[in-house]
Design a protein around this ligand. Structure first.
Ligand SMILES: [Zn+2]
Length: 363
């Protein structure tokens, strides 16, 4: 054993020596040494005596197969609205338990995947003036630790709350996320995250309408997105509706026809169905997740939608997925802002609910 190990260690030196010797023995090929004139045809005898050597076999490397697991979660609203009571609010829980409290029931799932994508619904800022609307959410910059410690690596800002405190609030949010090392995307801000050598492209937009303009802008950005896996995140649909509407279905299909591999939806605050379309996946609404916007929502059902991609080289050659049922509150009611993975009968109920609105899923 000792001898073999020593021989292996010596190999590089031996090779150096051999290579040097070989190059000394063979003069370099120059233009002069090439035979340019027509060569005489070989006789039959010559052919049999000296057959052509077989072409050198160049080993073709097997394309690398890579697995990528992506978890998608719904609305993360880390602050409260104007006029919300402090007691029982998400800020109250932050003050009492700190940032690591919120995602403790899901961190194991979200930190063992390759990428977690959330909808960050509300700015991280203490600047700006509330824009005129019904609900204005915001959270202090330090609350970014909630999602960071929870294993979230990317967030979309394309939703109807990211501008709740104007442009300055939006810019603060981007700067805070940059500082925390969390990728953000949305509107014209396309992002590409590289995991295990695979480029994952992220595009986020509002999907309220399904006009020609929306479609052509989407198709153009999908084409610009230089990535191996392309994900489109849509803020769309009707609040409280458990079934996706025709506009969502049409836009999701269009996104996939234009090159998307996965479409993720949110805004209805409740779960909607999942669909397999042309070998790609759509989750129409992921519901709420860590949601400071309501101290006691009637519907606490949510899910982690986990998608497993298989790539051969850089081409998607397979994908499957898993619905992981979640409650947004570990105590049910009221909201304690700490989502947990469900089990038993509750797990089955939430899964059945999603499957009840699903199309062609599971395949
Ligand atoms: Zn929304």
């Amino acid at each position: 054993m000792l001898f073999a190990a020593a021989a292996l260690l010596l190999t590089p030196m031996a090779w150096d020596h051999l290579t040097a010797g070989a190059s000394q023995g063979e003069p370099p090929l120059t233009q002069d040494s090439l035979e340019i004139g027509p060569s005489p045809s070989p006789t039959a005898e010559e052919v049999t005596k000296s057959p052509m050597p077989p072409p050198p076999s160049v080993p073709v490397p097997e394309p690398l197969v890579t697995s990528i697991s992506i978890s998608a979660i719904g609305d993360c609203t880390l602050g409260s609205g104007i006029g919300f009571a402090h007691q029982g609010s998400i800020g109250d829980y932050y003050d009492r338990f700190g940032p690591e409290y919120f995602f403790q029931g899901v961190t194991e799932v979200l930190s063992t995947d390759d990428l977690t994508i959330a909808n960050l619904e509300g700015p991280l800022t203490q600047q700006g003036e509330p824009t005129p609307k019904t609900f204005n959410f915001r959270a202090p910059a330090e609350y970014v630790e909630i999602v960071k410690l929870g294993g979230v690596e990317a967030v979309t800002l394309a939703n109807n709350h990211s501008m709740d405190y104007g442009e300055i609030g939006f810019q603060d949010t981007q700067a805070t996320l940059d500082q925390a090392g969390i990728t953000h995307f949305g509107f014209d801000d396309l992002a590409v995250v590289e995991v295990k050598g695979i480029r994952i492209g992220l595009l986020g937009d509002l999907g309220w309408d399904n006009t020609e303009e929306t479609r052509s802008s989407l198709a153009q950005r999908l084409q610009e997105l230089d990535a191996d896996i392309k994900i489109v995140s849509f803020h769309w649909g009707i609040e409280g509706e458990h079934t996706q509407n025709a506009a969502q279905v049409s836009l999701a299909h269009f996104a996939i026809d234009s090159g998307a591999d996965l479409v993720l939806g949110h805004h209805p605050h409740v779960l909607q169905g999942v669909e397999t379309y042309n070998g790609r996946l759509i989750a129409y609404s992921l519901g709420n997740f860590a949601f400071g916007g309501n101290q006691n929502p009637s519907d606490t059902d949510s899910m982690i939608f986990q998608v497993h991609f298989e790539l051969t080289g850089s081409v998607v050659t397979g994908l499957d997925s898993q619905i992981i049922p979640v409650s947004i509150s570990s105590i049910g009611h009221p909201n304690d802002y700490s989502p947990v993975v469900l089990d038993g009968a509750e797990r089955d109920r939430v899964e059945r609910k999603v499957l009840g609105s699903s199309t062609n899923y599971p395949v």
